[in-house]
Design a protein around this ligand. Structure first.
Ligand code: GLA
Length: 734
């Protein structure tokens, strides 16, 4: 049983295979945090609360109640009563006062996991997970708060979210509803986050936790290129294989905050949820607000174990697409190949050539609609530009299919160009503040997706396109971040709900799309990888990782992304050199090997490749077919990080039964007079013999001593090592 309530001690224990999370009810009302870490066999852990130390619980020492509130580890800390650390929850009453004091009422333990209405979330059946609901109440406001915890035992994960109900008689205003809080004693923690920019998404950064508050946050209306809804606290010795890790990842695609605070008593508070900046939610009597969920993973075997728990959880209990466990079609996207300069003949030429080399799908990117010849116009005009695509979309798709390829299309449904038919008709559909100029970004405005009529109308336009031809894939892009948050739909005291309502609108559209077109492979994208988050993965099994397709730049991007997300979700393509983002020239093989750790595809004008390059495409296509099942479904191990060592990068994938593995190695810059390197492998069966290039090695030898990788002449050289167990006897002579 994943969740136990010890009635005598008033202690809840949430157990996964390897971890325990403990909560206590104190003084008949407070929910205090007891423990999170390696699995405990004992329920007698109430002593961890330090109730017998000053300042004592309020019923013992009422005159120092605020000292108790400011010191005790809290499950869901509130504003206004004496906890001066950052709160997770702040509510304003009709009278304008900001305070609440939740009192624990009752609990319920249920098999499985209830859905979070309108929100993406992990899911699981009665066999997979157990949920604890803690019911609390603030008497003064007549407000009910439900704290939800779901335990996924196999994946060592706990998810948390919060439901607030106004059960009183007057309006209340939620000013902050974070989704999770974790209070614990500091252990010299360091904090790990993912940071970046356009073309440089999700680079790993690690720094010490000092006194005060450190946070990672987005106010961009989406998770963003720059910061990422992920935070991990790690003990100082932590690396891939050892050390304790407390990780949080937000299943949400809008504004967020992740924060760690170290206080006067050397305890730390880790928080995550919707960013309170720009957020107020009015709850009228009877209304309910649901906060999106946070996934928490604890590992005492370093970052590698954390990564594999996330990968398993997301593959088993987040992504819903029927494509998840399937080899995705190898696609060729025309964006870097043609940009806006294409017509139906050009696309057909690409399709014909690509098909000969084993590529399976043509994706027509931006520029096929309205009068869009560059990025200045036509977003919102979702009808085919028949001057560009003579004969229309259906004809083009049917012609592409004759080459043996299927067809995919690019859309950017959330946007509206000032230069569009749609804007002429509905200028009020753009997010805007009356009297202010709307900030342009890439010459476009953002649609007010807080309005159902806008969601419905735009969805219908897109759905019409998808119904008009045999379209098997959609790339859903979002190329600017949100500003001038104003809506004509909502009264003044609800304008603060817009950021969140916008995200709910996006979710509504994607939910409809995936229900109405279940056969379509959906790939999310946002100016590259600005909305690569678990929220979007609920709808699409893959997300475009970055507009930077350079094989070397991609090492850090894919390392940071794969720290959390299954490699099967990372959109990765082979493109031409000199690379369009950085001008670097890398070997064609290396570009293919790097893109293998992802969805794999091409993004170039294949008609311009040399014969030699075309032969290489064929080899890459073969590699994809040979390795994709393993890469998509296997366990991922990081062996070396170019971002850390400045020299080389290496990862490996081991299949779940440890019979096959694939090692990737890239030597970034060549060095004079260099020896070969011993790469110590991971995750193998120590007692199995593995065959590599016809030689046999024992798993334990490969893991303890390593396999030698020779130094090469030439920069950016890479290798794949294919390991399989051989049926015969292990022979030490090779
Ligand atoms: C974004 C995407 C690109 C491409 C362009 C089209 O930048 O990330 O892959 O689709 O938009 O405008």
């Amino acid at each position: 049983m994943g969740i136990i309530f010890d009635e005598t001690n008033k202690v809840f224990l949430l157990n996964t295979k390897n971890t325990t999370y403990g909560i206590a009810v104190t003084d008949g009302m407070y929910l205090n945090h007891l423990y999170y870490g390696k699995k405990l066999e004992d329920t007698n852990i109430r002593y961890l609360l330090r109730e017998n130390e000053p300042p004592f619980i309020p019923s013992v020492n009422q005159r120092e109640k605020n000292s108790f509130l400011d010191m005790a580890p809290m499950e869901y800390p509130e504003t206004g009563m004496g906890d001066y650390r950052e709160s997770a929850f702040c509510v304003r009453s009709e009278g304008g006062h900001r305070a609440s004091e939740l009192s624990y009422q009752s609990y319920q333990i249920i098999a499985g996991k209830p859905e979070l209405e309108g929100l993406p979330a992990t899911w699981g059946g009665e066999e997979d997970c157990t949920t604890l609901e803690l019911f609390c109440r603030d008497e003064t406001l007549g407000m009910e708060v439900q704290l939800l915890y779901t335990v996924f035992e196999e994946e060592d994960a706990i998810t948390r979210s919060v439901i607030v109900k106004n059960a009183g008689n007057s309006n209340i205003y939620l000013e902050k509803v974070l989704s999770t809080c974790l209070d614990m004693d500091d252990r010299n923690f360091e904090v790990i986050g993912l940071f970046g920019s356009w073309g440089r998404e999700r680079h790993i950064q690690r720094m010490p936790v000092g006194y005060g508050r450190q946070n990672i946050a987005s106010f961009k209306g989406e998770s963003g290129h720059q910061e990422h809804p992920f935070m991990a606290l790690v003990t100082p010795e932590t690396n891939q294989d050892i050390g304790e890790v407390y990780a949080m990842n937000f299943v949400y695609s809008g504004n967020f905050i992740a924060q760690v605070e170290k206080n006067q008593f050397d305890s730390v508070r880790m928080l995550m949820g919707i960013h309170p900046e720009g957020f107020t939610w009015k709850l009228e009597p009877g209304e309910v607000f649901t906060a999106p969920e946070v996934v928490m993973i604890y590992s005492d075997e370093g970052l590698g174990k954390m990564t594999r728990s996330f990968h398993d959880l997301y593959r088993n209990h987040l992504i819903r697409s029927s494509y998840l466990h399937k080899k995705r079609p190898i696609l060729i996207n025309n964006w870097e190949g043609t940009y806006f300069k294409f017509n139906e003949r050009k696309l057909l030429d690409i399709a014909q050539e690509a098909s000969k080399l084993g590529i399976e799908m043509l994706v027509m990117d931006d520029g096929w609609f309205g009068h869009r010849e560059n990025d200045d116009s036509s977003l919102g005009d979702w009808f085919v530009n028949e001057e560009k695509l003579k004969g229309g979309l259906n004809k083009l798709v049917e012609d592409v299919k004759k080459t043996g390829m299927s067809f995919g299309i690019w859309v950017e449904p959330e946007m509206i160009s000032p230069d569009s038919e749609l804007y002429k008709k509905h200028p009020d559909w753009a997010l805007q503040i009356p009297g202010r100029e709307i900030t342009q970004s890439r010459a476009q405005y953002v649609l007010d997706l807080s309005r159902d009529e806008v969601v419905d109308a735009v969805y219908e336009m897109i759905a019409n396109v998808l119904r008009s031809a045999d379209i098997q894939y959609v790339k859903w892009d979002m190329n600017r971040q949100l500003t001038t948050m104003g809506s004509f739909q909502w009264p003044a005291d609800r304008q603060g709900e817009l950021y969140h309502r916008y995200v709910l609108g996006v979710y509504k559209m994607q939910e409809r799309l995936t229900k109405d077109f279940p056969y379509i492979l959906l790939e999310n994208c946002s100016s590259g990888g600005a909305r690569f988050d678990p929220g979007m993965l609920f709808y699409s099994p893959q997300i475009w990782c970055s507009d930077d397709t350079d094989a070397i730049e991609r090492l850090a991007i894919q390392e940071g992304t794969a720290l959390i997300y299954p490699v099967s979700t990372m959109g990765a393509h082979v493109s031409v050199c000199p690379n369009h983002a950085v001008g670097r020239v890398t070997p064609f093989e290396t570009r293919g090997n790097v893109a293998l750790l992802g969805t794999f595809g091409y993004e170039l004008d294949i008609t311009k490749l040399t014969e030699e390059e075309k032969e290489k495409v064929k080899v890459q296509v073969q590699n994809y077919h040979k390795y994709n099942d393993l890469i998509r479904e296997g366990d991922y191990y990081r062996l070396a990080s170019y971002a850390e060592n400045g020299c080389y990068d290496s990862w490996m994938i081991v299949d779940k039964n440890k019979k096959r593995a694939l090692v990737f190695y890239v030597q970034v810059l060549a060095r004079a007079n260099a020896k070969s390197k011993y790469m110590r492998l991971k995750g193998l069966d120590p007692n199995q013999s593995y065959q590599i290039d016809g030689n046999h090695y024992l798993g334990s030898t490969l893991m303890n001593a390593g396999i030698s990788v020779s130094a090469e002449i030439g920069d950016f050289r890479s290798k794949l090592l294919d390991l399989s167990t051989n049926k015969g006897e292990f022979s030490p002579h090779h």
